[in-house]
Design a protein around this ligand. Structure first.
Ligand SMILES: Cc1cc2nc3c(=O)[nH]c(=O)nc-3n(C[C@H](O)[C@H](O)[C@H](O)COP(=O)(O)OP(=O)(O)OC[C@H]3O[C@@H](n4cnc5c(N)ncnc54)[C@H](O)[C@@H]3O)c2cc1C
Length: 413
């Protein structure tokens, strides 16, 4: 490529890479997107349980609030390409969207494949060329500027701009295997510690296995350090699994405990947050008085699922065979204390292969927030999950991929 020619190479055909490619190409720059998989958007396909929660219909400030990892870096990108622009673009590409509970935005068709098709159409419209099954093996830099990329099959493609949009480490079966981190590090960038985020938790207690598959709604979970310092509190739905706990409240909590986990983290679950200790006691006395000769577990049907009632009775030290009229006041109080504060000891996060996102990544201090260009290598841009930015569930992570991808595409030259 002579010095007068421009070519943008985009590495990765996920949300951030596809929008970066279409945007760069729309500005008249010869653009090539390289994707190692046999098809585009493998991760988009599985988002939102196949429905793709594409963004969140909220203010930019709310997106920032839902982004625990380096949100302030995002202002410029979000103001350049926000949720309304994303929805408008998709509508124009034939994919109208709808807003559901909590501002979550989905395609009206409920099909993530429609989003992939739309982004492909957008790239085609602007003549961005897409090369599948093309794995990038490295980035060539000379005199502080990018020169091009090398592929695993021995090609070299010269480029005036290279966008690293290779994703994080989560769900590596979709293609995100951390290649971008390795190249960035080799080129002098700091990679902040990587951790699975929005991921289920493993717990020490053996009894969770007995509850495997049980989902509880409207419960309150507090994460605490071993010294009792509160880390995060969430209200919502929890699911017991064979290894510990999962479900929306747990995924959110996982984001906030990763820094504490090596020292030990406890979860305290309030199974009846709307009932005070006194109200629970009165309710139990009332239920018990109706059938004094029954066993306790069979009298708690209205209060708790049977399997959970059995576990809590055992944890309270009450003999499961005991009849209701033999249960002492002390035993009842112990039972209520556990109902209001069931404790689990977290032994670890589940692996990257089960994490919705990766926390950590290319240090945002070394990237210009207005262009996504590296401060260390000219012509090198980053977009999407490879950056040290991560958000909670609700469509925020895809919005971040689209906004940073758009800005990276606008900066190609
Ligand atoms: C199960 C699941 C559900 C999710 N649901 C939602 C949701 O509903 N809403 C939401 O906002 N977020 C969701 N997320 C998170 C969101 O999908 C990601 O944050 C986002 O897709 C990241 O986009 P990206 O473009 O940065 O990376 P990716 O989508 O991971 O794309 C990276 C691409 O780069 C390619 N690549 C990597 N290395 C190379 C290489 N060496 N050469 C060539 N190509 C390479 C990969 O094959 C891949 O296609 C979900 C994540 C998961 C795992």
């Amino acid at each position: 490529m002579n010095s007068m020619e421009k070519r943008a190479v985009i590495i990765g055909g996920g949300a951030s890479g596809m929008i970066a490619a279409a945007t760069a190409a729309s500005r008249g720059i010869e653009t090539v997107l390289l994707e190692k998989n046999e098809k585009l958007g493998k991760k988009i396909y599985i988002t939102g349980k196949g429905r793709c929660n594409i963004t969140n219909q909220c203010d930019i400030e709310d997106i920032i609030e839902n982004t625990p990892g380096n949100a302030s870096f995002l202002y410029s990108a979000l103001y350049s390409f926000d949720n309304n622009r994303l929805r408008e673009l998709l509508r124009e590409l034939g994919v109208p969207t709808k807003v559901e509970r909590g501002g979550r935005v989905f395609p009206v068709s409920d099909k993530s494949s429609d989003v992939i098709k739309a982004l492909n159409k957008y790239m085609n419209r602007h003549n961005a060329s897409v090369r599948l099954k093309k794995e990038v093996s490295g980035i060539r830099v000379s005199g502080g500027s990018v020169e091009g990329i090398c592929t695993s099959d021995g090609d070299f493609i010269s480029a005036s701009s290279v966008v690293i949009a290779t994703g994080g480490l989560s769900y590596p079966s979709t293609g995100s295997t951390g290649d971008g981190y390795r190249w960035a590090k080799k080129l002098g960038h700091t990679i902040t510690p990587l951790s699975p985020s929005l991921v289920p938790l493993e717990t020490r207690e053996g009894w969770v296995k007995e509850l495997q598959g049980l989902a509880l709604k409207n419960i309150r979970v507090k994460a605490l350090t071993t010294q009792g310092k509160s880390i995060r509190e969430e209200f919502g739905e929890l699911l017991f699994t064979h290894f510990g706990v999962s479900g929306p409240v747990i995924l959110t909590i996982s984001r906030f405990i990763c820094d504490w986990i090596k020292d030990g983290v406890k979860l305290r679950i309030d199974l009846k947050p709307s009932l005070s200790h006194e109200k629970l006691d009165a309710r139990m006395l009332r239920d018990f008085s109706e059938s004094p000769n029954k066993q306790a577990a069979s009298c708690l049907d209205g209060l708790l699922p049977k399997s959970l009632a059995g576990v809590i009775i055992t944890l309270s030290g009450i003999d499961v065979q005991k009849k209701i009229n033999q249960i002492t006041r002390e035993e009842r109080q112990r039972f209520i204390n556990i109902l209001k504060g069931l404790e689990l000891n977290v032994t670890g996060l589940r692996p990257f292969s089960e994490a919705v996102v990766t926390a950590g990544g290319v240090s945002t201090g070394e990237v210009d927030p207005g262009t996504m260009e590296s401060k260390l290598v000219k012509g090198l841009m980053f977009a999407g999950e490879v950056l040290d930015i991560d958000a909670l569930t609700g469509g925020f992570n895809l919005q971040i991929a689209f906004s940073t991808g758009y800005v990276a595409g606008m900066s190609c030259r």
